[in-house]
Every structure is written in C-alpha cells, then in structure tokens.
Design a protein. Structure first.
Length: 294
C-alpha cells in the first residue's frame, strides 16, 4: 500500500495497521491456550466415559476391593469397602462437576453482572434497594440457604441448580458494582456521554468489557466451590442417585441377589463335597419287630 510520506497522519495509520496485523498473527496468551486445551481434554474424557471404562460407577465387586492403581482391568484401582472402579467413578462424577461449573456458575455470573452493572451505573434509589437485597443474602450463610431451598424443592440436580442461581449472584453483583463505580468516572465514559451515546450503549459497549474480567476471575474459584457445596448440600444417600443417575434401591437389590446367589453356590459345593452316609441293611429281628409268618 502506497503511503504519502508528506502526510504524517497517513504514516501513523499505516504503522498502527501493520502492528495490529502482526499482533493478530501471534499467539498472545500461551497459558490460556494450554489451560483451555487441558479443560477440553478433561471434558472430552468425561463425555466419553462409557468408551473408556466398561464398569458401572456404583456396581460393587467385593472380591476385588482395595486394588492398587495399575491393577489388571482397573487403571486407578478400586475402593476398599465396596470394590468399585475408581476410574469410572472419576469420569462419571466429572460430568456433574463440569455441569455444575458451567451451568450453575454461568447463570449466576450473568445475573450478578447485570444487577451490579445496573446498580453501579444508575445509582440513586435503585442502587440502594439492590444493595440492601444483597446485604440480606449475605446475612445468611450460603450453605444454609442452599440446604433450605433443596429441602423445600427436593433432592435433585435441577433443584440444586435453582438453589445456586437463587443465592450465588450476590457476590458477582457486589464485585461488578464496585468496578462500575470506578469505571463510570473514567475519561472514555465521559467522552461517550459528550458524544450523546445512550446509557444502554455506554454500559454494554464501554463499561462492561472493562469490568467483566473481575467477575470472570472470581467465577473460576466459585465454580470449584459450587462443586464442593454440591457434595455438602445433598445427603450422602441421595448423592449417588443424583450424580450417577441410578436408583440406589435397585443397586442394593442387585448386590443382595448377587450375594445370595454366591452363598447358594457355596452351599451347593459344600453339600456336593461332603461324604455320603453309610447305608447298612438292618435285619428284621434287630429292630425288635418279629418276622412275619407265612
């Protein structure tokens, strides 16, 4: 492209365009690329769990309990009390962990970001009302609220999501509100006001891209915390039914029938190997009964 060297503005624009093209051609964030690849690999392994392991995550195998890692047929071994395959439990449990991290945390990020952005930019009575609601939610422990909602709605994964959505947005609302209060005093926001842009455009196009990084960073830790709270909020007798999608009563019935069949097989082998009793004929007179006369 021909550039007029007599025009300093054209030279500056051409130089900035070339620098931008060079930046687009380079990978600017190797840690982000590597982390995304690892997360995608873990998600792919969890989705392909039936292809990677043939074992059911809740099926008990008493004869192979407590196997160490790299045992034949069990890559990560089995657990000590019940003999369940650890690799299958890890992959099937990872499905729900990723679902909680993406579904449960993602909705709370969206709700909290919208409320915090609106409260921080508009201010006034709306800000006061929204922050008092946030203070009410912060007055109660997170786990207590989740337990109360799950107890009312019933133990299921959807109800757990509803509980997280109902109480998890308050942290994001407070974070985004604080960042918005600082951003709305910056020169680029004042310049947008001077150009006559609407409030919606200023919030979405100018303020949100500059404040959303704080909520995104917090969501990474919150996703891990939501997975831990899932295990704490649901009682242990419901966890496997929710996580693995199986009926615990039927699993216990199958285990009981297998144990009874094993005991019956052992009893039949014992009776087959026992010595037979001697069959000695008894004389008619030895029993005390007189012989029949013709």
């Amino acid at each position: 492209m021909a550039v007029d060297v007599a025009d300093p503005g054209a030279v500056l624009v051409a130089w900035m365009g070339g620098a931008a093209r060079r930046r687009r051609g380079r990978v600017r964030s190797w840690p982000l690329l590597i982390g995304g690849a690892l997360l995608g690999l873990v998600a792919l392994a969890c989705l392909a769990a039936p292809l990677l392991t043939p074992y059911d995550p809740i099926t008990q195998d008493i004869l192979h309990q407590g196997l160490p890692p790299f045992s034949p047929g069990h890559l990560l071994g089995t657990d000590a009390p019940f003999g369940r395959d650890l690799l299958s439990r890890l992959l099937y449990g990872g499905r729900v962990d990723l679902l909680i991290g993406a579904g449960g945390t993602g909705v709370t990020v969206i709700i909290g970001t919208f409320i915090g952005l609106l409260a921080g930019y508009v201010g006034g009575r709306l800000d006061s009302v929204l922050m008092r609601i946030v203070d009410v939610f912060f007055a109660f422990p997170f786990l207590v609220l989740v337990l109360a909602i799950v107890a009312m709605l019933g133990p299921s994964l959807l109800n757990l999501f509803i509980a997280i959505w109902a109480v998890g947005w308050v942290s994001y609302a407070r974070i985004i509100r604080g960042e918005t209060l600082v951003a709305r005093q910056q020169e680029y926001v004042l310049a947008a006001h001077a150009l006559g842009y609407s409030k919606l455009r200023i919030m979405v196009r100018h303020i949100l891209p500059n404040v959303f990084s704080a909520a995104l960073i917090f969501s990474m830790a919150d996703a891990v915390g939501n997975g831990r709270r899932c295990a704490e909020a649901i009682a242990s007798r419901y966890c496997e039914k929710i996580v693995y999608g199986a009926n615990i009563r039927s699993a216990r019935a199958r285990a009981a029938s297998a144990n009874s069949a094993r005991r019956g097989h052992a009893a039949s082998n014992a009776s087959r190997n026992a010595p037979a009793p001697s069959a000695t004929p008894q004389s008619p007179t030895s029993s005390g009964t007189p012989p029949l006369s013709r």
